[in-house]
Design a protein around this ligand. Sequence first.
Ligand code: GDP
Ligand code: MG
Length: 426
Amino acid sequence: MTIKKFQGKTQEEAIDKAKAEFGEQTVIMSIKEIKPRGLFQIFKKSTFEVTAAVEEKESAVDSTVALKNMQKSHETINVTADEPIQIPLASKKDIAQVEAEQSAIEFIRKNASLLKNEDMGNAERIEEKLENLQSILEKQLSAEKKETAKEHEIVKTDTKKNESLAFIKVLYETLIDNEVNEKYVNQIMDELEKVNWNGSSVDYILSNVYQKMILKFGESHGIEVNGKKPKVVFFIGPTGVGKTTTIAKIASKLKVEQEKKVAFLTADTYRIAAAEQLRTYANILDTSLNVIYSAEELNSAIEKLQNYDVVMVDTTGFSHKSTNQKDETKNLVQSVDEQYDTDVYLVLSATTKYKDLIEICDVYKEISDYKLIFTKLDETTTYGNILNIKLYSGAEVAYIASGQSVPDDIEVLNSQKIVKRLLGGQ
Ligand SMILES: Nc1nc2c(ncn2[C@@H]2O[C@H](COP(=O)(O)OP(=O)(O)O)[C@@H](O)[C@H]2O)c(=O)[nH]1
Ligand SMILES: [Mg+2]
């Protein structure tokens, strides 16, 4: 499959351009209105951008006619709606394909609700669900095969293709709905093109995309304390993202679950209440807290903590536009003595806009390489930015936090859970 964008003054013009290049086989994946920007925007009209796809292999029957008809009246497929989806009939010739398409959509609705109904179970249960999807599909397909007369073979082959195409469209829209950046959605679809999806079962396509996305997330680890003591761990990031709360959560887990000795240092002397907030946690966790007022004090402070496993360093949050404070944090992180095993975590809120996250990633990269922690997943319904930023930065997403509760609301990223969620599960 090849995917490309076309622009036009009207939707029709953009679609026509797509057809002119891709031919009648074109499948319109999405239509986006681009509002004019700038000073004179009120005098300008919107333009339209169409994302179109085409299969490279020629097929005996035009398998996309029905799908395109459906798209004209249903820009998005509401996979959760209870009422059956009506597909407008183009001509008698297409009826068989339209029926096939309708059964495909019906089928996808069932699969989608299966994904949606499941709670965030453990990895095995997710795999189990994928297997369930497969067995449901196999039953449906074998039932179809039995009732198929020889003369209908072509249409049935085509039904499979329609199913695949419609399902790919649903996946595409689900990822976009979850705010996975279009660039990355197209990348995933391009990779799918390399496997032989054509006529593959819906379940085959789903597990393929699922596995590819899990590979994109890669491995995630919590803080590992194996090497030389103490390990020094910095938490950097914008104001209010949850650095201090995250430190308390992780420290508590390290202490209780791994019986590690944890000490706190804070360089956040910018706000009066900041050190006090960490002191409160230090008291609850019965751990030591030292305040450092300059980068020069860092190594002597760590030196006094030689019998601790981990020293967690809280820093002043700063806006990615503030160069002064960036330099201070950079000095601090870079002044740590080389003898210490060091980790730097950039803490980001999942509620921050994609564009700002990109800028934050860039600015904090000047301080150090980092791993990522996403907080406030409980405050957003779309997790696309976690994948976007993972792919943009190439950094490991180590932890995710989904609430204010210390220490419960944090965990090492489970890519299977996140991917399932991005694919429409809950
Ligand atoms: N809803 C929600 N709130 C969080 C989460 N993590 C931190 N917070 C809250 O965000 C606010 C700022 O947290 P804080 O740790 O002081 O942020 P810092 O300025 O980066 O140190 C506090 O009210 C926290 O309780 C989270 O995962 N979900
Ligand atoms: Mg703080």
